[in-house]
Design a protein around this ligand. Structure first.
Ligand SMILES: [Zn+2]
Ligand SMILES: [Zn+2]
Length: 188
């Protein structure tokens, strides 16, 4: 017998899917659309879905011979900071999910690892691990406010976007400054 390390599932928990309404006949299908509060720590260091934000689950539950296949889209707000200039990022996240959850005591249950294939607990599915994987994998490790964000001036920490062209902290010796003025005038 495989070891079931799963916690006991609460059918009323927002990320627990109840499949009682889904006949265990391969091909049978049910749509599941639900808005749930985002669980905590749904993201990576610089970007993620804020805890409690509306997370939309647009899923299709399909009976297959060994369990239930869950496919669909998870969407919600994405909040973070640009890794270069620290500007706030506010985007909409939409990630696909596809995960098989094996029936208890099915061949799949007995011949695969829990890491490879999800498990059902009776009629219940714990969607949270699959949801976390899908969201975290979709997020950039180093998010940017835009592809070519120039970042910050290393001297004063101001965004390059807000600085005048040619901004510099070069300290010019006053005597040389006078001289370079002369040179400029000559060049003109
Ligand atoms: Zn930026
Ligand atoms: Zn500067």
């Amino acid at each position: 017998m495989p070891q079931h390390s799963m916690k006991h599932l609460d059918p009323r928990a927002p990320l627990v899917l109840d499949t009682r309404e889904l006949p265990r006949r391969p091909g049978a299908m049910r749509a599941l659309n639900r808005v749930v509060p985002a669980p905590e720590d749904l993201g990576v260091e610089m970007i993620g879905v804020p805890q409690g934000a509306d997370l939309s689950l647009d899923l299709r539950l399909q009976s297959v011979s060994e369990g239930v296949l869950v496919t669909g889209t998870i969407s919600g707000p994405l909040v973070g900071e640009c890794g270069r200039c620290l500007t706030a990022i506010n985007e909409e996240l939409a990630v696909p999910v596809q995960e098989l959850f094996a029936y208890e005591n099915s061949t799949t249950d007995e011949t695969t690892d829990e890491d490879e294939v999800g498990r059902m607990q009776g009629d219940l599915i714990d969607l949270e691990p699959a949801l976390r994987d899908a969201v975290v994998l979709a997020l950039p490790v180093n998010p940017l406010c835009r592809e070519d964000c120039p970042g910050l001036c290393p001297e004063c920490g101001v965004r390059w976007d807000e600085l005048p062209k040619g901004h510099t902290h070069e300290q010019v010796d006053p005597r040389w400054a006078a001289l370079s003025k002369l040179t400029e005038n000559t060049e003109e």
